[in-house]
Design a protein around this ligand. Structure first.
Ligand code: HEM
Length: 455
């Protein structure tokens, strides 16, 4: 209560964090609505420091860059910083990433055991299957002396993998419309959607297209659920959710089964694809890092490292961590402020949106020496382990809502790099990639690379 009163007084006295004070009632809405959220956040950081704020329409947006404050938001006082008004709710419904409170805790207890390190062997055959397809695909491209859009290739791989894990399916020609719908729907819920979006009921062209994508995704999921219920002989993630719904009773409704399935499918593929794309891009630009990678993976003699090899590829793993530090797929994530609070001596009024950007924090010069340099060495033993880095390296989030799939993601990315880099050498064609701060961080216009066989 004392804090709340202080926060209120501070707000009345305009003691909210410093920042630009746009003169019009719209505030910074035009910048956010036109997709320049990253430019706005990085300007605020440079000009006003680790804690800053700006009005976006009627709402205050607070940018929190220092790990000390991030820990307060994501851990110590997390009940006050929720995912109410989550930008992806239109797509994920009440699935784990968008849920809150007791409902979130129950969902987390249900899903988490399937993603802890000792449960990862479930995914081995799925990862190996998806990579086998990729090796054939790249073999054909290499023989044709071809170039590929690496970002698209990685999206293909991780979507295939996610389908295999979720519903023992795989990405085929039949899924062309599904793939298009997923990619478009994920784009739609972009980062600025947290602060500005016309209601879906307004029949704009974008809204109409999004609703059509949603229809395609829902049809696919509902058919998968019906098929599982008919045969009852599947052992995949969807079967696990359906079993739980029978055992746990009424709180797992059909709607929630759909939401959870969509969350797992979409939460898994996009971020993992981006992690892979940026890993290839950084390896391409650093001959020494590439040589060390080959030295570590070539002794595998064609084998794909899977869950039993965890910890056996320290350099490859460090490359992935350093890639995620420099190019976190979720470059920003928001929280809704439930009640008046105070951070760093400033008032944080109820109803504000707090923005946390791993991209900015993970390039903070006080936390990371030579912050913009690709240096996987930082993550080798004796260096900054992700655990020790805590909220200064939160590409998988921080606190109780840390990514439930983080171990799986590390397994998938290291397995894919090790399998494909044993066989193929990729060389960039054209300019160095420039980040596009979309729903996830991706190279603007894709990433063209030439594929050659290594041996
Ligand atoms: C490199 C790949 C990945 C990255 C960088 C990543 C990143 C993140 C981040 C930053 C969060 C927390 C967001 C927040 O606090 O608002 C999160 C949550 C989540 N992620 Fe991931 N993720 C990845 C892969 C995966 C995979 C493979 C799965 C599949 C299981 C997954 C499922 C989820 C789910 C369900 C949540 C919500 C957890 C909760 O709220 O309790 N992610 N992820």
């Amino acid at each position: 209560m004392a804090i709340s009163l202080r926060a209120l007084l501070a707000h009345i006295r305009r003691r909210t964090p410093p920042g630009p004070r746009p003169p019009t009632p719209l505030g910074a809405l035009p910048e956010v609505a036109s997709g320049r959220l990253f430019e706005l956040l990085s300007h605020m950081w440079r000009a006003y420091g680790d804690l800053s704020s700006v009005r976006v329409g009627a709402r205050l947006m607070v940018s929190v860059v220092h790990p000390e404050h991030i820990q307060e938001v994501l851990a110590t006082r997390r009940e006050n910083y929720t995912k109410a008004s989550h930008r992806a709710r239109v797509l994920l419904g009440d699935g784990l990433p968008a849920s809150n409170g007791e409902s979130w805790a129950r969902q987390r207890r249900l899903l988490q055991p399937h993603f802890v390190p000792r449960a990862l062997d479930y995914f081995d055959s799925r990862i190996a299957g998806a990579l086998e397809v990729m090796v054939e695909r790249w073999g054909r491209a290499a023989d044709a002396m071809g170039t590929v859009d690496l970002d698209e290739e990685m999206t293909h791989l991780t979507l295939d993998l996610s389908l295999r894990a979720l519903s023992d399916d795989y990405l085929s020609e039949e899924h062309t419309a599904l793939r298009r719908a997923i990619v478009e729907a994920v784009d739609f819920v972009g980062a600025s959607g947290q602060l500005f979006r016309l209601p879906l009921s307004v029949p704009t062209r974008r809204n109409t297209r999004f609703r059509a994508c949603l229809g395609t995704i829902d049809t696919f999921i509902m058919e998968a659920i019906a098929a599982h219920r008919r045969t009852r002989d599947k052992h995949d993630l969807l079967a696990m959710i359906l079993d739980a719904s029978e055992q746990e009773g009424s709180w797992i409704t059909d709607r929630l089964i759909r939401d959870e399935a969509v969350s797992l499918l979409l939460g898994a593929y996009d971020s993992t694809a981006r992690a892979l794309t940026w890993s290839w891009a950084l390896l391409d630009s650093d001959r020494e890092a590439r040589a060390r990678l080959y030295a570590e993976i070539d002794p595998l003699e064609g084998r794909t490292p899977l869950s039993a090899d965890r910890g056996a590829l320290p350099w490859t793993t460090a490359v992935v961590h350093e890639t995620l530090r420099l190019y976190p797929p979720f470059w920003v994530f928001p929280r809704h402020v439930e009640a008046d609070d105070e951070l760093g001596g400033y008032a944080i009024p109820a109803g504000s949106t707090v923005m946390i950007s791993p991209y900015l924090t993970q390039r903070h010069p006080e936390l990371w020496p030579e912050p913009h340099r690709f240096n996987p060495e930082r993550f080798l033993s004796g260096g900054v382990t992700p655990q020790r880095a805590r909220a200064s390296a939160m590409y998988f989030g921080f606190g109780p809502r840390t990514c439930v799939g983080n171990h799986l993601a590390m397994l998938e990315v290291t397995a894919a790099l090790a399998c494909l880099a044993q066989r193929f050498e990729l060389t960039r064609v054209g300019e160095a990639p420039v980040p596009d701060f979309a729903t996830t961080l991706r190279p603007r216009g894709g990433l063209k690379m030439r594929i050659r066989r290594r041996h």
